[in-house]
Design a protein around this ligand. Structure first.
Ligand SMILES: Cc1ncc(C[n+]2csc(CCOP(=O)(O)OP(=O)(O)O)c2C)c(N)n1
Ligand SMILES: [Mg+2]
Length: 792
């Protein structure tokens, strides 16, 4: 079996190198794709991936493959019949295999997407926590837990989110997680810093991990056992990274010259070195642990516990290719001449480059039998689906006369927490140390904090009064996180893929302060790119958070919400709107329509995640019942709070908490002008997306396509002006003028906030009724607005 494995290792090296070569040198008239970064980096982990996929992994295991090892991963899938030649030939081209393994774009069951380094690594830890969460609730078989394995570049270890995740993992007794560091001592720019290995080791041990070092291959170990071997080992241990790399690149002759220069030729070690010819010497010196299939398989398979393990595997970047060891090899590509030689070495005939069993010594029948028996693939595809969990038909509307959207959110969750429904049991909440200040304390009181083991509430036992009775245990539905926002988003990514990774639906809800979305923005993008499903509740937001000051006041987040793919963002002003948006979200996050292109104008069939930008400012409850049409409009992004009449000169369009200022300004204006309109925007994001999608649909021939905002603004006379206002960046709404060509004045916040009272800040930043009237005055024709002076 090991012989076959070694043959496959060579085959995979060939296929991945050929895939890249084909993409860069052979694909017809393609001048845009010449990018390296794959050939050497892939080769570095070739043996490790071969060992894992063909001899170590079980069907329930999941792997995050480092971005540049994508060709190796896909070559393995190709051998297994799960990837096509067409897609490999189109590596990095439209519709082809992706540069970096992608759950959403590749066809061959990528378990965890990677690309932005560090994030896929942390994802394995949070996927393992998700598994623990499901097992504790008997939603999956606790006897058959999978291992979550990250293949990590050594330079990738510089990413801070990895360390944030290590600490968080420690707090949650992380288990079933392996990180395999490809210690090739090279990064993108070159040779990395000396001596990082002991640093890695101590950090991992401090966080409760086992560390296994794979430094010397078996050939090296055999040499060390011979006379002079100890000295050879010392020389290897003390050789600087760059020297080792340079000699690797130069080959056997250079190794010999250098070793003889450093070690006495007449001594046992000198004789040991001379007992190898040049080729053998090169092979010996390159026989690092990470390239020794036997050692790798035996070591991985010897792990018989579920503690987290970090493997530090010494490797050579570009191993097996002429690029091996060269410091510039990251962007290096084999030349056509080098590829010719490589092809000949691999015994692959011209024109047979993609043939599965070309150039291998074992018979096709033997190889096929081996592949048919690989345990990892024994249970078929690894993508699961989960049944839809029926959300409540209606959510109880909090009754207080005045309430902020943040408080309303807390109340709604608190009410849901009382219900013994399947839906309520599938909600999982999480927050980076802002559970109470984002109003989820009540929910956690009722539903408890998740922990694998039952925990005690000391304060309760000691009968000390406290508002929060957070019992800890396996039934808890809240995952309490430390402050690091990256962890929040990666936790949401993992929990939000529970249906696909584990076949069990969860409805994850995460809360954080709105400005700190920026801290974890790449992780949020990563979660969306993987099509994870969650509800993000960001509160408080904007300068309305008045006394907290500029450090906590968000400005650009509405634009983030609009620009982030896979995330529908809303900013309701009133709690009745929020109630409807949440109810819709519980359904939207579960949708799974297949074809994005034919899926209407918005992503309404495909579904996605949801971002709610909420506020702490209490607003008076509108006296109204939401009828179906109004509910639909709230979800589509806007409704007429005051519809325009035929002589309407001014429309005020607001989003979110500034609603009272817009309403007040409209009241003043109405005394002087006819038919003043107020447009309540609940989602600039969905309005804009609908508008874009409708114009795409028209371009594609659907003449009748009309978006929600186009039909709403069709009611507004062409001579009207629109004043937009938001506690956030004015660009969020300024595009409304582009829909039908109305003149627009946009109010919002562009500069860092200040501490102060709300009224003071609204005046200072120009969000108050007076500013709205002033802006209206700049848009209307004819006589000036009379009340303008009066309220200033
Ligand atoms: C967040 C982020 N920053 C930068 C990059 C560009 N990048 C890709 S791989 C890499 C480092 C490669 O070094 P290493 O992790 O050691 O992998 P190796 O190439 O040695 O296999 C960099 C900087 C990225 N993909 N993601
Ligand atoms: Mg590296």
């Amino acid at each position: 079996m090991r012989d076959i494995l070694k043959e496959l290792e060579r085959k995979i090296l060939w296929l991945s190198a050929w895939t890249i070569h084909n993409a860069n040198h052979l694909r017809a008239e393609d001048d845009a794709v010449k990018v390296g970064g794959h050939q050497a980096s892939s080769a570095s982990m070739n043996a490790i991936l071969t060992a894992l996929y063909f001899a170590v992994l079980k069907p329930e295991d999941r792997v995050a493959v480092k971005p540049h090892a994508s060709p190796v991963f896909h070559a393995i899938q190709y051998l297994m019949g799960l990837q096509t030649r067409e897609k490999l030939e189109a590596f990095r081209a439209f519709g082809g295999v992706q540069s970096y393994p992608s759950r959403t774009k590749d066809i061959d069951d990528v378990d965890i997407s990677t690309g932005s380094v560090g994030l896929g690594v942390a994802m394995t830890a949070f996927a393992s926590l998700t598994q623990d969460y499901l097992a504790a609730k008997n939603l999956i078989d606790a006897e058959k837990l999978g291992r979550f394995i990250a293949l990590v570049g050594d330079a990738e270890m510089d990413e801070g989110n990895i360390f944030e995740c290590l600490l968080e993992g420690y707090k949650h007794s992380l288990r079933n997680t392996w990180w395999i560091i490809d210690y090739n001592r090279q990064s993108l720019d070159g040779v990395i810093h000396e001596g990082l290995k002991p640093k890695f080791e101590s950090v991992f041990r401090a966080c409760g991990w086992d560390v296994v070092t794979l430094k010397y291959g078996r050939m090296m170990e055999a040499a060390f056992a011979r006379p002079g071997g100890e000295q050879l080992r010392d020389w290897i241990d003390n050789a600087p990274n760059d020297l080792y790399s340079a000699l690797t690149f130069q080959g056997g002759k250079a190794w010999r010259a250098r070793l003889h220069a450093d070690l006495d030729r007449q001594s046992p070690v000198g004789r040991l070195i001379d007992s190898y010819d040049d080729e053998q010497l090169s092979a010996l010196m390159c026989n690092l642990g990470g390239h020794d299939i036997d050692l790798l398989v035996d070591t991985f398979n010897s792990i018989d516990h579920d503690r987290p393990v970090c493997f530090i595997a010494y490797t050579i970047k570009g191993m097996g290719l002429p690029l091996a060891g060269h410091k510039d090899n990251h962007s290096g590509l084999m030349t056509p001449k080098q590829m010719e030689e490589f092809r000949a070495n691999m015994k692959v005939r011209e024109g047979h480059e993609w043939d599965l069993f070309e150039g291998l010594e074992h018979s096709e029948a033997e190889l096929k039998a081996f592949l048919a028996d690989v345990p990892f693939y024994a249970k078929g595809r690894r993508r699961f689906a989960a049944a839809y969990v029926e959300p409540p038909k209606t959510l109880p509307l909090p009754t207080a006369e005045e309430m902020s959207t943040q408080e309303g959110f807390g109340r709604i969750l608190f009410d849901l927490a009382r219900e013994q429904t399947e839906f309520a049991s599938r909600i999982v909440t999480t927050s980076p140390d802002v559970t109470v200040s984002t109003n989820m304390g009540g929910w956690v009181n009722r539903r408890g904090v998740f922990d694998r083991s039952e925990g005690a509430d000391r304060f309760k036992e000691e009968k000390i009064a406290s508002t929060y009775r957070w019992t800890q245990g396996p039934s808890g539905q809240h995952l309490e996180l430390g402050i690091a926002e990256n962890n929040l988003f990666i936790a949401l990514a993992a929990l939000g893929l529970s249906h696909s990774l584990f076949g069990q639906r969860l409805i994850p809800i995460g809360t954080l302060y709105d400005p700190f979305i920026a801290r974890g923005l790449d992780a949020l993008n990563y979660a969306c790119y993987q099509n994870a499903r969650f509800i993000l509740v960001a509160t408080p937001s904007g300068i309305t958070l008045a006394p907290e000051g500029g450090a906590h006041q968000s400005i650009g987040t509405p634009l983030i919400g609009m620009a982030q793919d896979g995330l529908a963002s809303f900013e309701p002003a009133f709690v009745d709107e929020l109630t409807e948006i949440l109810r819709w979200s519980f359904d939207y996050v579960q949708r799974d329509g297949k074809d994005e292109r034919s899926a209407g104008w918005l992503r309404d069939e495909t579904g996605g995640s949801v971002y709610l930008r909420l506020s702490t400012m209490p607003l008076e409850r509108p006296k109204r019942m939401l009828d179906d049409a109004l509910k639909r409009h709230i979800i589509d992004g806007a409704y007429w709070l005051r519809p325009p009449g035929p002589n309407c000169e001014i429309c005020i369009a607001y989003q979110g908490v500034v609603a009272p200022e817009a309403i007040k300004a409209a009241g003043f204006l109405a005394e002087d002008r006819n038919d003043v309109a107020v447009l309540a925007v609940t989602s600039a994001d969905r309005l804009n997306a609908g508008w874009q999608a409708a114009s795409r649909a028209r371009r594609a021939g659907d003449r009748s396509a009309q978006s929600h905002i186009e039909s709403l603004l069709a009611d507004l006379p062409a001579f009207s002006g629109i004043v937009t206002v938001i506690d956030g960046h004015p660009a969020t709404l300024s595009w409304l003028g582009g829909v039908h060509g109305h003149r627009v004045a946009s109010l919002g916040v562009e500069h860092f906030g200040q501490s102060g009272r709300i009224a003071q800040l609204y005046e200072y930043y120009g969000l108050d009724a007076a500013a709205i009237l002033h802006a209206a005055g700049s848009l209307v024709q004819g006589r000036p607005i009379r009340y303008l002076r009066a309220i200033q």
